[in-house]
Design a protein around this ligand. Structure first.
Ligand code: GLV
Ligand code: MG
Length: 308
């Protein structure tokens, strides 16, 4: 949500999104940035955000705005803020710089040191090359976010449509390497991997197609720019009902068969499928996503009667 628009900020409170970010960067015009800082502070302190993760995106360190963004927002509303999003991150040092500044402000105004997290946007070639070092630059790091629009511009991709394949590229997914590189860094260092925006906000089918790709790879979520994208995103990054039921059943069956009463067996048949410890690990992922999304089971496995 543009930090310069109090009406949008207020509207965001009622939306079914897990996180909201109040923007001071590219959705705010340069001359409106100083005033937007105050608008963002007011909106955070007014409350009403429920369980949403509250994030402010500051400007990147190559601009003249970053330090004042951080100081005004964290001094003014630090206790009502969960994360700072740093855009166009290129090096680990840029994350460290934000960490140091946050620590000074937290000490000055009496906030818990280290509570406010950092989300790093990867939006150019240097950032992607350094993504491992960026991921581990600070214990505040929580999330790596792909910024497709800036990324496309920074690598001279021959397209103006964010998230869609560049015209002329007909041999796969032009974003596959970038998404996988970000996902590997996130998983290696136990961070969230978040896909960026889809700008054709009236094309809900297009949003569904594109979010389905990063969701399939294992991304945890995607930005939404419009209320119409929210339900589609929530569905895309949650398991299908059948997969959720199946995952919970694998967990139950595995627990039963590996126990003494179930025969202390590591690899067993569940229906027509052989399951073992690796199946349990895969099931844990799907189950965790389903539980986080508030899903409930519609099909519950029980041990066969003769064994029970
Ligand atoms: C988001 O910031 C993007 O550049 O896609
Ligand atoms: Mg960007």
């Amino acid at each position: 949500m543009p930090g310069s628009n109090p009406r949008f900020l207020d509207k965001a409170k009622g939306l079914d999104a897990d996180q909201v970010f109040l923007d001071l960067e590219d959705s705010v015009a340069p001359i409106a940035k100083p005033e937007a800082r105050g608008t963002v502070v007011k909106a955070l302190n007014a409350g009403g955000w429920g369980e949403k993760v509250r994030v402010v995106r500051v400007n990147d360190w190559t601009t003249e705005w970053t330090y004042r963004d951080v100081i005004e927002v964290v001094e003014g509303a630090g206790s009502n803020l969960d994360c700072v999003m740093l855009p166009k991150v290129q090096t680990a040092e840029q994350v460290v710089a934000l960490d140091v500044l946050l620590t000074q402000i937290e000490k000055t105004v009496g906030l818990d040191v280290g509570r406010i997290g950092i989300e790093a946007q990867i939006e150019n070639a240097l950032g992607l090359i350094n993504v491992d070092a960026i991921a581990t630059a600070s214990p505040r790091m929580e999330t790596i976010v792909f910024g497709p629009a800036d990324f496309m511009a920074s690598i001279n991709m021959k397209s103006l449509v964010v998230g869609e394949q560049p015209p002329g590229y007909d041999v796969g997914d032009a974003y596959h390497y970038i998404l996988m590189r970000i996902l590997m860094a996130a998983r290696a260092h136990d961070l969230q991997a978040i896909d960026g925006p889809y700008l054709q906000i009236r094309d809900v089918d297009g949003f569904k197609r594109v979010s389905g790709r990063s969701a399939a790879l294992g991304f945890d979520g995607k930005w939404v720019l419009h209320p119409d994208q929210i339900a589609v995103a929530n569905e895309a990054y949650s398991p299908l009902q059948g997969d959720y039921d199946h995952a919970e059943n694998i967990l139950d069956a595995h627990e039963h068969y590996t126990s003494a009463e179930g025969g202390a067996t590591g690899a067993v048949m569940l229906g027509d499928e052989m399951i073992d410890e690796a199946s349990r690990k895969m099931a844990l992922v799907v189950s965790a996503k389903g539980r986080a999304a508030g899903m409930t089971r519609t099909d519950v496995w029980n041990p066969p009667a003769e064994e029970a």
